[in-house]
Design a binder for this molecule. Structure first.
Ligand SMILES: O=C(O)C1=C[C@@H](OP(=O)(O)O)[C@@H](O)[C@H](O)C1
Ligand SMILES: C=C(OP(=O)(O)O)C(=O)O
Length: 440
């Protein structure tokens, strides 16, 4: 029996206090399953994100003949089948809500001996796939899509792939990763250049699994024809999930929170830079390394924020954190201007439009630009929010509600489980007021 639709009722609470560890990184969890499946030997994954997106990726590899054990929550044992050991599936491969899952899988499946059909949910079915289809076709792949380059994707097998030298038109770690994964199966060299550097987990993890790869900021090069060797992957806590609490503690007077062992890959921490420009009080403690990634405890205290202008190189480093930044901006002194972030329009929802509409519903003035917005801070009122089925929109407004003068009702919250299962339980544990209620 499926659960009836639920909404959140969120409101101003006490100062936020305590210590918490957010779930594992989504990007790293997807990649750990993928590379573990294609490796020789057994890959042990700890800190795995039990989110719907990453579980969908694991299910797809099970359908492709990979045995994946779950000895306990947040743990997976992936019995790798080697680069050429996947078996085709007669059924569709369902990526759920995950753009990362579908785009990276397109790269892997382009190199297989069998045909595949990649499908997704309603939101994913509206997201642009031409960005991966076009360069993969240059490599020799054959991929059919719906008009406009939309899913489902029908990927033909038994094609000979050749390496490509490709400069991405938009900064996208997903597109870069799809090409690198197809490049594992290609004859010759695959070189990817980016207009702005993006998260480099695929490059780091390929190197850790023993594949020769050369990479630097905005650049990656590899050759086909090597092997991946299984290893242990320790997934750090997801900075993008920590982001909601960084903003919440910054805007609620009297707050002090410790976020434990957060992944601090510099290609992910743009929000930290932005919040510090705004005057946030965030300290890094217990700086260390886990699974080849930098991690640190983040200690955040309330501070009066001020508006800033944001764009350019920083945008990919905080691409998933803009909804949370809108909330910080609404509580700052002076306007915040966001530019160069048109990519936000093709995420799980149009995040510029969704945040602008929600902010206006709470009495905040927002001017939309094609590639961003200007947010004029003000007094947050109560109101009703349509999250548009987008996890990050729902969580952001539960944070905004902590400074609102009346109740904020957030509709369509089911997709929070795609990236942050148990969000409201952790949020309540540090003093946020977020109640789950039946939709009416
Ligand atoms: O590679 C990844 O794991 C991701 C890359 C980003 O997408 P784009 O590559 O579309 O920017 C990000 O928004 C997504 O949440 C995860
Ligand atoms: C954009 C996101 O993910 P994906 O592209 O994998 O759906 C996200 O988690 O904010």
């Amino acid at each position: 029996m499926s659960t009836p639709p639920q909404a959140w009722n969120a409101r101003r609470g006490s100062p936020l206090r305590g210590s918490l560890r957010v779930p594992g990184d989504k990007s790293v969890s997807h990649r750990a399953i993928m590379l573990g499946a294609l490796a020789e030997g057994t890959t042990h994954v700890t800190g795995f994100l039990e989110g719907e997106d990453t579980r969908a990726t694991a299910r797809v590899f099970e359908q492709l003949g990979v045995r994946i054990e779950t000895p306990s929550a947040n743990e997976r044992i992936v019995h790798g089948v080697g680069l050429h050991g996947l078996t085709g599936s007669t059924g569709p491969l369902d990526c759920g809500n995950a753009g990362t899952g579908m785009r990276l899988l397109a790269g892997v499946l382009a190199g297989q001996a069998f045909d595949s059909l990649l499908v997704g949910d309603e939101s994913l079915s509206k997201r642009p796939m031409r960005r991966v289809i076009e360069p993969l076709e240059r490599m020799g792949a054959v991929i059919a899509s719906e008009p406009g380059g939309l899913p489902p994707l029908r990927i033909e097998g038994a094609r000979t792939l050749r390496g490509v030298e490709y400069t991405l038109p938009v900064a996208s770690a997903q597109v870069k990763s799809a090409l690198l994964l197809a490049g594992l199966y290609a004859q010759g060299e695959t070189v990817v250049r980016e207009p702005h550097p993006t998260r480099d987990y695929t490059e780091r993890m390929l190197a850790a699994f023993g594949w020769p790869i050369e990479y630097a900021s905005g650049f990656a090069r590899l050759q086909g024809g090597h092997r991946l060797q299984a290893r242990t992957v320790s997934v750090p806590a997801d900075f993008s999930s920590a982001a909601f609490f960084l903003v919440a503690a910054s805007i609620v007077p009297g707050s002090e929170l410790r976020l434990e062992a957060v992944g601090m890959n510099p290609r992910r921490t743009g929000l930290l830079t932005a919040l510090r420009w705004m005057g946030a009080d965030i300290r890094e403690e217990n700086v260390s390394e886990a699974g080849g990634e930098p991690v640190a405890d983040l200690v955040v205290r309330h501070a009066q924020l001020r508006g800033i202008e944001i764009g350019g190189e920083l945008v990919p480093d905080m691409i998933d954190e803009f909804p949370a930044l809108f909330v910080a901006a609404a509580c700052a002194e002076g306007a915040t201007v966001i530019r160069d972030a048109a990519e936000l329009r093709v995420k799980e929802s149009d995040r510029i439009a969704a945040m602008a509409a929600g902010m206006r519903a709470l009495g905040i003035e927002v001017e939309e630009h094609p590639d961003g917005a200007t947010i004029v801070p003000g007094r947050l009122t109560g109101g009703a929010i349509d999250s548009r089925g987008d996890h990050r929109i729902a969580m952001s407004f539960s944070v905004a509600a902590q400074c609102a003068s009346a109740d904020v009702r957030i509709h369509d919250i089911a997709n929070v489980a795609t990236s942050f299962p148990g969000f409201e339980v952790l949020a309540r544990g540090i003093g946020m007021q977020v109640g789950v209620e039946a939709e009416n």
